[in-house]
Design a protein around this ligand. Sequence first.
Ligand SMILES: Nc1ncnc2c1ncn2[C@@H]1O[C@H](COP(=O)(O)OP(=O)(O)OP(=O)(O)O)[C@@H](O)[C@H]1O
Length: 342
Amino acid sequence: MIARRGNPAYRIRPIDLFRIYRELCAFGRRGGCDTLKHHFEPTALGALRKGYAGRVPIVEILQEASVTDSTASSLSETDVGQRHPLLEVRDLTKSFGGLRAVDHCSFQVERGTITGLIGPNGAGKTTVFNLITGFIPPDSGRILLDGEDIGHLRPDQVFSRGLSRTFQIPREHGTMSVLENLMLVPAGQSGEYWWNALLRPGRVWAEEARHLAKAREVLEYLQLTHVQHEYAANLSGGQKKLLEMGRMLMADPQLILLDEPAAGVNRTLLQSIIGNIQTLSRERGITFLLIEHDMNMVMSLCDPVIVMSEGRKLAEGAPDAVRNDRAVLEAYLGGQYAAVAG
Ligand SMILES: Nc1ncnc2c1ncn2[C@@H]1O[C@H](COP(=O)(O)OP(=O)(O)OP(=O)(O)O)[C@@H](O)[C@H]1O
C-alpha cells in the first residue's frame, strides 16, 4: 500500500503486504496509532522490517499507513470506520429477587480511556462488573467486547478474550509466594499435564522460563520485586492490590476492570497504583474501567466518568461536567461528592 508513494525503497513483497494489511486491520479494530507499536505482533514487525529494510522508523511507517496513505484510507473506511467501542453495555438488567440491582443500564467504554464508574452505595456498579465478567448472568440486555457478544460467556472465557478484573477485596492465593501467584495466571500451561513433564520436559521448562521472565518483569514494573518470595497473605492491603494488577498484566489484557483500587490503600501505594494505571494506559494502550469512591482519585485520573444511580446510568461526561451536574449532586445527597465539588 505504501509502495504507491513511488519511492522504490518502499517496495514490499506481496506476502509482507498481506501480513501488514492483516495487522493493520487488527490494529484498526483495537484503536489508534498511538497504541499501535504496543499491539503489533512480532510477525508483522518482522514483515515491516523486512519490507522497509530499516529505512524508516516503524512508528512513522505505521502513522503514514494509517493516516495519510490513500490505500490505507480505504482501509480506514472499510475496517477502522466500522470500529466499535471496546466495551458496550446495552440495556442491561439484573434483579435479585424483588430488587432490581441493574435496571436497563447502557454505556460504552472507548479504547484507550480510563473511564470512571461512580455512584452512591448500592447503585449497581459491582453488579455491572459481575455481569460484564461473566460471574453472574444478565436477565436481559447485551454486553459487547470489541463487537463480540460476551454476555453468555463464563468468567474464564471472558478472561481469555483480554478482559480482566480485580475485586474490592483482593483474591490472592495467600499460601503461595507473590511470584507463584503470577506464574499461575497463564492458562493452558503444558506443565499442568503430567505426561508433558515426562514426554516433553524441554517444552515445559521453556514455557515455565518464559512465564518466569514475564512474572519478574511485571514485579519489577510494579515495584514488588522485593516481596517476590513473600507469602501473598503477608502483603499489605496496597501491595495485594498491586499484586492483583500484576496478575492481570500476566494475561496481556486489553481492558482491565478495577473495583475500588484505592480502598484500604495507604497514600504512598495509592500514588504508585495511580501511576501504574496512567503508564499502562499511555504506554501499553490498556483501557481501564474503574469503580471508585475516592472522588479526588476519580476526578484526577478518569475521563470520562459514568455515574450510576438506582441501577441506571444517571450521567456521563468529563470530570468537570459530571462534578457540576445537579442530578449527580442530588444522587449523592450532599455526601462526599458535594464536598469535593466544593
Ligand atoms: N448477590 C446478591 N444478592 C442479593 N442482592 C444483591 C446481590 N448483589 C448485589 N445485591 C444488591 O444489589 C444492589 C446493588 O449492589 P452493588 O453491590 O452492585 O452496588 P454498588 O454500586 O457496587 O455499591 P457499593 O458502592 O456499596 O459497592 C444492592 O442493593 C445490593 O444489596
